[in-house]
Design a protein around this ligand. Structure first.
Ligand code: NAD
Length: 305
């Protein structure tokens, strides 16, 4: 049996490689993104490109979206040129991080058009998107999850989080807050050690063999902070959005988040200092500026040195 046509909207850092994997697996793709460059990369791999989400919704029953914010997902789904107007869509899989509140609203509105919403936020970053080794946190009706498994398995490992809309998003926000917290506290610890005279590479090697090991020490510092490339592939603006959504959700549930609130503020400062398009590893640069020290290999000095 031939593979079903998949609609893919949002071909950015994450969506681009995910769509590429589906094209390589033989799925006919119909894609849409305002970035001509992002679209061209998929068209080269055999995808059909269209101008609007409505056209995607006219050509595909299953539509995957990987978009920056909840507002953009709402616009793509329900706006004047939204996918609900296409008439063919049956399932919308939201791979973006949009938070449970938006997921519940989106699921309810899509149901009015006979479309089932599945939230399936992903974790693992660009490298995992390329390799197909993301973690996908999927929630929505179990039968639809079962139907989607062969498609989504090309993107990574699937975890069914429950039938209720938004559960996958809740888990994703918890994960991302922990990831950003690790980045922030590792920046502080490294700045302290370097200022005291330790070599940051030695620090990372020792920490990674010790109990302080975390996703920032294992991955982000060796790849993007110590070499001073600050190009891990996740925008500060998106990380800040995730921390905000997480703390808001915790407040709504009556769960205090003192550490989480501090992490959100660290991202607010990074966002204000380096801009929403900067890489979120720039959180380390904020700590460096405050500490008057530089973590990493370059001979470039910070302003306080
Ligand atoms: P990105 O900004 O690189 O990509 C977003 C894409 O959406 C862009 O290509 C943009 O042109 C497109 N887009 C914007 N408005 C659109 C519209 N109206 N119609 C169609 N396309 C539109 O962002 P990203 O890093 O790929 O992240 C996407 C989502 O995945 C976000 O919700 C993010 O929080 C989440 N996420 C990112 C990472 C990461 O490491 N980058 C990891 C896990 C989850």
């Amino acid at each position: 049996m031939s593979e079903p046509t998949i609609g893919f909207i949002g071909l950015g850092n994450m969506g681009g490689p995910m769509a590429t994997r589906l094209a390589a697996a033989g799925y006919p793709l119909v894609v849409c993104d305002p970035s001509a460059r992002a679209v061209a990369a998929l068209v080269e791999r055999g995808a059909r490109s269209v101008e609007t989400a409505a056209e995607v919704g006219a050509q595909a029953e299953i539509i995957l979206v990987s978009l920056p914010t909840p507002d953009v997902v709402q616009e793509v789904a329900f706006g004047p040129e939204g996918l609900i107007h296409g008439g063919k869509a049956r399932i919308l899989v939201d791979l973006s991080t949009t938070g449970p509140k938006a997921a519940v609203q989106i699921a309810a509105r899509l149901a009015e058009s006979g479309i089932t919403a599945m939230d399936a936020p992903v974790s693992g970053g660009v490298a995992s998107a390329v390799k197909g080794s993301l973690a996908l946190m999927v929630s929505g009706p179990r039968a639809v999850y079962d139907e989607l498994q062969p498609v989504l398995a090309h993107l990574g490992k699937l975890f069914f989080c429950g039938d209720k809309a938004g559960l996958g998003q809740t888990l994703k926000l918890a994960n991302n807050l922990m990831s950003a917290a690790a980045l922030a506290v590792t920046s502080e610890a490294l700045a302290m050690g370097v200022k005291a005279g330790l070599d940051p590479t030695v620090m990372i090697d020792v920490i990674n063999a010790s109990s302080g090991r975390n996703s920032a020490s294992v991955d982000k510092f060796p790849r993007a902070v110590i070499p001073r490339t600050f190009d891990f592939g996740f925008a500060t603006g998106l990380s800040y959005k995730d921390a905000r959504l997480c703390v808001e959700e915790a407040e709504a549930l009556g769960v205090p988040m003192i550490v989480g609130s501090a992490v959100r503020q660290m991202l607010a400062v990074t966002n204000a200092t380096f801009g929403p398009q900067s890489d979120f590893t720039c959180i380390a640069k904020v700590v460096e500026q405050w500490a008057g020290v530089q973590i990493g290999n370059s001979t470039e000095k910070t302003s306080k040195e």
